[in-house]
Write a protein that binds this ligand. Sequence first.
Ligand code: C2E
Ligand code: MG
Ligand code: MG
Length: 728
Amino acid sequence: MNQQPLYQNLTAENDFREMQVLVVDDDPRMLESVKHLLENHRYSATIAGGGAQACQELLKTQFDLLLLDLNLDDISGYDVMNFMNDNSIKTPVIVISGNSSFASASKAIQMGALDYIKKPYDPEELLVTIKNTTTKKQLEEINTKMQRQLKKSEALHRYIVNNSPDIICVLDHEGRIIFINAKVEKFLEYKQHELIGKLYSEIVNAEDIERLHFFVKEKILHNPGDCKPDKIEVRLVPKGSCSQCRFVELTLFPVELNSLGFRPKKRVTSREKLFGIYAIAHDITERNEAKEYINFQACHDLLTKLPNRAFFENRGRLAIGRATQNKCIVAVMFLDLDRFKIINDSLGHAMGDRLLQSVTQRLGACLRKHDTLSRFGADEFMLLLPEISTRENAEIVASKIIDIMHEPFMLGGQEIFVDASIGISVFPGNGETIERLIQNAEIAMYNAKGRGKKRVQFFDNKMNISSSNRLVLERDLRRALKNNEFEICYQPQIAIDTGRIIGFEALIRWNHPEKGKIRPCEFIPVAEETKLIEDLGEWVLGNACCEVREWIKKGYDRIRLSVNISPMQIEDPRFVEKFLHILNICDFPGRNMEIELTESILMTDLERMAQILNQLHKQSITVAIDDFGIGYSSLSYIQKLPIHTLKIDQSFMQSIQSETDESCLVNAILAMGKGLKLNTVAEGVETMAQIKYLQNMGCDAVQGYYFGEPRSGEKCFNLLTETTFVTA
Ligand code: C2E
Ligand code: MG
Ligand code: MG
């Protein structure tokens, strides 16, 4: 491989070398004396006694000089010169001849000899002549070599510059491009020649030009003689500007244009230095995009691309400032979706995400230019309306939102219903800071939910005092729902004859992050009071359905899921519709579902109850009366309603101490159940004696701690696959 250095030192000094001279004469004394003279002056001398020998030597070696006698014994000096012409030997020739005639000298010069010296020669004269000739030759040689090296080195530089990953560019004193490398073709889609002579501002983004001008003037050209390279980030515009701007980091430094061989049109005195700029543009588009993405992430919700809380609060602060000056109103809306949780849990998070995106789109359609919509958490959205003139304006927007949210969403071929509740606080009046306004809008929103969903509620200062305690619990409950603090335990119901599990009752549990496990009797009343029970009930139904559906699919297709329904849920005019909707999205068969209602609900509005239960009955859903026997004496309703199961309240079990005890009430209930052809399930069974007694009296099924405390779905499924209880 050629190991020559790519770039050689171009100084000539090293290139002077010992010159090789061929001396040709038929006089041996002459040969000796010239050889001696030459060697004394650091030439290397070769001698030839005749023309033929001279020709041989010339073929062998490339001499730097030939000292040639014309009259030789064999062939003449002219013949030697002819031989050299024929063989393209370019060695310079100095003739040393005894023949001093003009004719012979002129002939020799015509044939290419450089000089003609008469014999006997004057050593001084000979040396001077030799020196002139060889030096000229040497300089020519050096020159050719330098030219060659320059070409090589220029090619190398051109290669380096054009293949640089960066754009390299030189600007003249007016900011016109006088050089730009080939990189620009790929980077900005310009041909190099298209940019030569153009002002740099033509390829810089309009918004960055002023900053760049200033930077060049103040930093780079202010004191060009003493300026270090400096950097600035700008955007360059590709040709036609259809493609996106490229972010570059420009490194700029002044260059003296004369030193680059630049001849300006402007007249400059010899002492005046003209400065241009050497610029390197390094592509940082990707780096900037990454930076932008990180910035975006820091203040946006990535799912919906909406501003997050921090961003919203900033906007809010500005809005409050402006409203104070302009004497106008700012409205802050807290918007919470009413059925999101259940959809998210039952249809899966991917679907939940799509729903949130669709909701965002719809909300976006209600906004004006300066409004800010933000997502705070799961299904909580905030809306900032700056500079409105009256509260009514906010109410109009809120009502519009309620309306558009009411339309079903089509997701994955299914119609999904979600509603929104909105709380509104306004500045001035409901708080001086954005934080307080958000808090009060949230309180107003809870209030809206408490008064029935799909509502708009303005904040009222009274809300703060009267409801703070309940609000804390309510807020805790809502957070719990969003943070998945609830779980479902199941309690098996066992057929008394076979010991087989025939169904499970779903019982809710709250794993409070600080207070630990909380039993339903502690929070269900609050949930009912605040109407949160609707969400909670839907959550239990959806989750239990999804879990038990899997067991059914695994072959336990007769297993029954019992779900407790609160009176509050039944009061909702759309109870049946919502209930069936959840079964539908969970793909849960109606015949595997039993709802548990207490006597008190059943008796309130018989006609309406009949309607509801018949609708459910059509879907093969069965109805159990929970805690039967403790409340009401009138039993006539049982005949009027499609009831299937009586669940004997657990309080009756305490009276059964042994197999043979006479527990009148239990006997009576069981007899009545049989008479009405209802299934009977005894709750709160804790002993074998109770089981035996119930079996003797014809009770169909039992449920209670005798078979263990209510447990997780997973454990229950294991029970289902592994256990048959001994009941008799
Ligand atoms: P319930 O529907 O009558 O449920 C039976 C309750 O008796 C459950 O209490 C259960 O743990 C308890 N239990 C079961 N076997 C025994 C036993 O052998 N001995 C004793 N002493 N207790 C037994 P839990 O889970 O605390 O639920 C209390 C009530 O809360 C339930 O009474 C039901 O009315 C209500 N509840 C539970 N989950 C839900 C729900 O998801 N929605 C609604 N609306 N109410 C629910
Ligand atoms: Mg129950
Ligand atoms: Mg009960």
